[in-house]
Design a binder for this molecule. Structure first.
Ligand code: C2G
Length: 726
């Protein structure tokens, strides 16, 4: 047996399939995997035991009195039989060539080390991205001193040092009794690696990322160990690891002293000093005391070679109290920020927001409304606004956020502020009520007494927020930011029971839910005569012939078609020319793109049949004039179903969308109240045979309506308003 892979496991179930698949795909097959599970993971251990893998797999459960990654790794060493051991964490994964390449260089070596790359991506996305990256070329270093030095300098700070990713000769570990120190909770790998490096006689380093360390996007439901540990405990332990490491390396050559010191200096300046200046950081003095113990261990040479500020702040910390040190660090940070602010108007505005506008008094009568980034006067904020206006004449001041491109067409006297402008910043700071259907910006500070109503914008079919395994469309901080934002919401509107069950989890939200139905759907419950009149008016407004029936096509956006921030590409897969040929006598079609899609549709050749209504503000008014809705995975059908009119689903990319991009809350086939169609001809046939389609789906439609629409009755705006203005 060439390699024993030792995998420590605690609660990484969402990630372990990537880890195991990366082993399954190894080109070198001569290895065994030993998964060592924490005693708390008994159920998961059974799941892992039953995994369908083609390599020998041993699952060990730690007894109750043994815990932590150090104990797990030691147990793995004891159970291993391979010529080499290789540590792999259960949330990480490796390239399929990893073992083959490391073994190729192993001949009699004590250690063969590849690099570790940190990533927010899952394996599929990472491998897809790597296909285009032919520029990476591995270089090998076998000279012992340089190899050891490379292993260390490939990490940016002390805490980056890992035992994972190293192919280590088992006999060598046993001969020198190198084991993990179980008194450490987190940084046991730092002294372990120090033991390896000082004892190694032959070592090779290959500068290529064979090992991928997964950073966790979800600190709420799937936190990594360092996201759950208290920061001061973690930092103090890392400082202890430096002290222990210096004891190990002290008397050996090559000592790697310079590398360890440089890693420590960066760790102090980049991590610990940042911790000191945080207002809510706990036990700073304990960490400072331990850091002071470390300063005397740094060699003069390492200090001289450090950056000027790094050198200075270490000397300063050594000589001064914690309070004085914090003041010094703050001064430096302010100066750095000032330099950055000076070049960036956006930051200057945020500075003014924080330091000027937030100091002004809050206007208790002011309402700030925003819908879809200010792109339209629409959705629930519009209907709540109109309800408040009509019922409280002259009582409140109203401000609407608009985007840079156009002024909103609002039939009431209101102020409009451009998104991102200083006036917008002032309105954000000084309005008591903020009502929005999207997430508020990250700079927003919720003032005491202010009220933030999140209306949200649809019943999700597509998984949302914390329920998305891998948010490929967002930044790595997508979930972390989401949690910070939902933590500021005072109220969240829910349109149905399903949302009331799902929203707390997907938004990690524990505030008040308003089980009122959607204000934006009030318009769908107008009395029949008002509805008929309004329908005529809207058709006239859009110049749609009164004698034609209307098809509304409203698709959603695709996460992987990003053009720029908040802009996605759309390709029209419906063949409109063919639709006109077969349906044009009876129907017109309205094309309504999602607000994130870039509208590049040109219908000049389809005049009189196809209408581009993408820039029409309020889709609810389009629902009213439509006889049929065609959509895909958009939430629009949950709202449209209030009208009990036929819905067709043009799901030409169903498998890709459901499996690779987002995942759904439901099996679409079971849920939706209309047929799933994959070609234009199928869509046309369904429209021609609409009567039969309606008959086929009647029961399903009724069930769907009862489940998702029964809270709506035209009074949601009133119910919401009564809740927020008590
Ligand atoms: N919308 C629209 N036109 C479209 C698609 C959507 O005007 N062609 C509007 C509808 O009001 C819809 C809302 O945008 O309800 C949200 O659109 P979705 O397609 O459902 O997509 P998304 O913005 O990702 O929101 O909980 C809902 C989810 O968050 C989905």
């Amino acid at each position: 047996m060439k390699v024993s892979v030792i995998i420590s496991y605690k609660n990484e179930m969402p990630f372990i399939s990537d880890c195991m698949n990366s082993l399954e795909d190894q080109t070198e097959k001569d290895f065994e995997a030993i998964v060592v599970c924490a005693h708390t993971a008994h159920a998961d251990a059974d799941v892992i035991r039953n995994m369908d893998v083609s390599f020998p797999l041993q699952v060990i459960e730690l007894p109750e009195d043994k815990d932590g990654p150090a104990a797990a790794k030691n147990e793995g060493i004891r159970a291993s039989r391979g010529e080499y051991v290789f540590f792999l964490d259960s949330d990480d994964y490796i390239l399929s060539e990893t073992f083959c390449e490391l073994i190729r260089l192993s001949d009699g070596k004590d250690i063969v080390a590849g690099d570790i790359k940190r990533t927010w991506k899952n394996r599929l996305h990472l491998l897809n991205g790597m296909k285009d990256n032919s520029a990476l070329c591995p270089t090998e270093t076998a000279d012992i001193a340089s190899a050891l030095s490379n292993i260390l300098t490939s990490h940016m700070v002390l805490t980056g040092i890992k035992a994972t990713g190293l192919l280590i000769r088992r006999e060598f570990i046993l001969k020198h009794s190198i084991m993990f120190d179980e008194s450490y909770i987190y940084y046991t790998e730092i002294p372990f690696v120090a033991q390896l490096l000082v004892n190694a006689q032959r070592c090779v380093h290959i500068s290529y990322p064979f090992y991928f360390k997964r950073l966790h996007q979800d600190p709420v439901y799937h936190p990594s160990l360092n996201q759950t540990m208290k920061t001061h405990v973690r930092l103090t332990e890392a400082l202890r690891a430096y002290i222990d490491t210096k004891k190990i390396t002290e008397k050996t050559t090559p000592s790697c002293e310079a590398e360890y010191d440089a890693l420590f200096i960066r760790f102090y300046v980049q991590r610990i000093t940042r911790f000191f200046i945080k207002d809510n950081a706990e036990n700073k003095s304990e960490v400072f005391k331990k850091a002071k113990e470390c300063f005397s261990l740094i060699s003069e040479d390492a200090l001289k070679n450090a950056k000027h500020y790094h050198h200075m702040i270490i000397k300063y910390s050594l000589r001064h109290t914690l309070d004085k040190t914090i003041k010094r660090i703050r001064m430096h940070t302010l100066r750095q920020q000032g330099l950055r602010y000076f070049h960036d108007w956006k930051r200057i505005k945020q500075f003014i927001y924080r330091h000027v506008f937030l100091n002004r008094s809050m206007n208790d009568d002011a309402f700030l409304f925003e819908s879809f980034f200010g792109k339209s006067y629409s959705d629930s904020p519009k209907y709540i606004f109109e309800y408040i206006c009509k019922n409280n004449p002259g009582k409140y001041k109203y401000i609407w956020v608009r985007d840079k491109k156009k002024k909103l067409d609002i039939p009431y006297p209101v102020k409009q502020v451009k998104r991102g402008s200083l006036k917008y910043m002032r309105a954000m700071a000084c309005s008591k009520y903020y009502i929005t259907n999207i997430r508020q910006p990250m700079f927003f500070v919720k003032r005491p007494g202010a009220v933030l109503l999140e209306t949200w914008h649809g019943t999700p079919l597509k998984r949302l927020g914390f329920d998305i395994d891998e948010a490929v469309f967002g930044t790595p901080r997508y979930k972390i930011n989401f949690k910070l934002q939902s933590g500021q919401w005072d109220y969240l509107i829910s349109p149905n029971e399903f949302c009331s069950e799902t929203f707390p989890h997907c938004f990690a939200y524990d505030g008040k839910l308003l089980n009122t139905g959607y204000p934006r759907n009030d318009i769908l419950y107008l009395p029949p005569n008002e509805r008929t009149k309004l329908t005529c008016n809207i058709k006239n407004e859009l110049s749609i012939p009164a004698d034609k029936k209307v098809i509304l096509y409203a698709p959603t956006w695709r996460d992987d078609r990003k053009l720029s921030e908040k802009e996605y590409e759309f390709s029209l897969e419906l063949d409109l020319i063919r639709m006109r040929e077969r349906l044009g006598d009876e129907y017109v079609i309205l094309l309504r793109l999602h607000y994130l899609l870039v509208d590049s549709l040109d219908f000049s050749t389809l005049e009189g049949f196809a209408y581009n209504v993408s820039s029409y503000d309020d889709i609810a008014r389009l629902y009213l004039i439509s006889d049929i809705l065609i959509t895909d995975y958009s939430s629009v059908f949950f709202d449209y179903a209030n009208l009990k009119r036929p819905v067709l689903f043009f799901t030409y990319d169903l498998n890709e969308y459901a499996d690779e991009l987002r995942g759904f809350y439901f099996d679409m086939k079971d849920l939706v109240p209309g047929p799933l169609l994959f070609t234009t001809d199928e869509v046309i046939d369904s429209i021609i045979n609409l009567h039969d389609v309606e008959k086929e789906y009647r029961k399903k439609y009724d069930d769907f309506y009862n489940r998702f629409c029964s809270w709506e009755c035209g009074k949601s705006s009133q119910r919401v308003t009564e809740e927020i203005i008590k």
